[in-house]
Ligand binder design. Structure first.
Ligand SMILES: [Zn+2]
Length: 461
């Protein structure tokens, strides 16, 4: 059955022989405690260079500073031949982002993230001489406030894995960033523990390539940590588990793999990449190259009637042949504003207006006020005032979209369909051995859903 499916997929793939499948291979380069992890990063970077493959090394700032202090210019130079991303200032030294951002709002949270993270980013810029192309959270310590901060810090892309938000296992635009995240069955690794024969890893890879090629192309995400190749336990789990905060002098080193075990792991990566590289249609790309391939999130031109029909019934993104529009893109268009990125609302408001229709003049003033707010704040308002009563932004958008131009405007209620793309598991989504025990963050998922106004699929150029 499986092989029959594979044949169908392969046949479909051959019809789309030109549809490229891009592989983004990334390494969270974070262990600043075990010096053998420095050599692991060096060996991986050099090995990939000799294979003619460029990867993306998401580097923790403290790791880069430690490499500098240890005089490991060889490691820094080898990494610099690849793309450099940012993987937080200290990774696992408490408090991690989801913990300190959980009880903050969207705007104060973004400011706090930037305050804590900008020094680390500056160190990476200084040490590598480039601005990192992307960011990804430590562990599962994701938070939506990071999006606004990263934009302000000049980082245009989010590259990681997690379940907080996702769109059919392919890249998407969210919070004004290109997200490669929650890639589902399109995240592939050849396991280093040897539990899967390499032939099986190859078969899974080939199968995913065939599926994506059959859909007109797409992205596969493969990630590792250099430290995994030389240790049998994570450097942070042995020091910072469950919120522990030992002083630097008390940090312990993780247990090491034997040299032969490490060599076996390096060989698995080498063989896996060498195989992937030879699969027809596959191209390895860096995060920075993906930004080029996906272009910008500018919305295509769409007839007002089409946007109104969707937005009056349910608020979610719209895919067209020429690209996609987020719910926010369409709300701006319906307000006759010029296309631009704006954040979603920062708070969930309930409408206080109980009437079933609104006089034309009152509604026109409310529209002008919404335009004024969005222009001034570069985000959607939580609610729009109609005299002394309010409509939540969702109810306002539905009402605006359903407005047929008659004397009284019939009030419609929101149906925020984009919210289904967000996790409803506040414990599992943030599950990470470094978070305090039983850590959950429903507040962050709620803020994330509010920003769902900005969500839409990304389209290869
Ligand atoms: Zn990490």
């Amino acid at each position: 059955m499986r092989s029959a499916l594979l044949l169908v997929l392969l046949a479909a793939a051959s019809l789309h022989a030109a549809a490229p499948v891009y592989v983004v291979l990334w390494f969270d380069t974070e262990d600043y405690i075990e010096p053998a992890a420095d050599d692991a990063a060096l060996r991986i970077a050099q090995d990939l260079t000799s294979l003619g493959v460029r990867a993306t090394f998401k580097v923790v700032a403290e790791k880069a500073r430690v490499l500098e202090r240890r005089g490991r210019w060889d490691v820094l130079r080898a990494l610099a031949l690849h793309d450099i991303g940012y993987h937080s200032n200290f990774h696992s030294v408490p408090p991690p982002p989801a913990l300190y951002l959980r009880d903050l709002g969207y705007l104060d949270g973004a400011a706090e993230f930037e305050r804590r993270e900008s020094a680390g980013l500056q160190d990476l810029v200084r040490i590598f001489g480039v601005r990192p192309s992307c960011y990804g959270q430590p562990g599962n310590s994701w938070a939506p406030q990071a999006n606004a901060a990263l934009r302000h810090m000049g980082i245009p892309m989010y590259l990681d894995e997690g379940t907080h938000v996702g769109l059919n296992g392919q890249p998407f635009w969210y919070g004004g960033l290109l997200y490669v995240f929650n890639m589902g069955r399109f995240v592939l690794r050849a396991p280093l523990d040897g539990r899967e024969p390499l032939a099986a890893s190859y078969a899974r890879f080939d199968h995913a390539v065939a599926e994506l090629a059959g859909r007109g192309g797409g992205v596969l995400s493969i990630y590792y940590h250099p430290t995994e190749f030389v240790t049998v336990e994570f450097w942070d789990a042995v020091n910072f588990a469950k919120g522990a905060n030992p002083e630097r002098a008390a940090w312990v080193r993780p247990r090491r793999r034997s040299e032969s075990e490490s060599n076996r792991c390096f060989q698995i990566l080498h063989d896996y990449v060498a195989h992937a590289k030879e699969v027809p249609g596959v191209r390895f790309v860096t995060a920075r190259e993906l930004l080029q391939l996906y272009g910008n999130p500018d919305p295509p031109k769409v007839e007002r009637r089409q946007m109104a029909a969707l937005m009056s019934a349910r608020q979610t993104f719209l895919e067209t042949r020429d690209g996609a529009l987020s719910a926010a893109d369409m709300l701006l268009a319906l307000l006759d504003m010029k296309p631009q990125f704006v954040d979603g609302p920062v708070r969930r408001a309930a409408s206080t207006l109980r009437d079933e229709s609104v006089p034309r003049a009152v509604f026109e003033r409310a529209k002008a006020d919404a335009v004024s707010f969005i222009t001034a704040n570069k985000r959607l308002p939580d609610e729009v005032w109609l005299g002394s009563a309010t409509l939540s932004i969702g109810d306002f958008a539905a009402t605006l979209a359903g407005d047929d131009g008659s004397g009284g405007v019939r009030v419609r209620r929101a149906n925020l369909d984009f919210e289904k793309y967000f996790s409803e598991e506040p414990r599992k989504a943030f599950d990470w051995p470094i978070h305090p025990e039983s850590f959950r963050a429903p507040e962050l998922l709620e803020l994330a859903r509010l920003q769902g106004w900005t969500l839409k699929p990304a389209r290869l150029r």
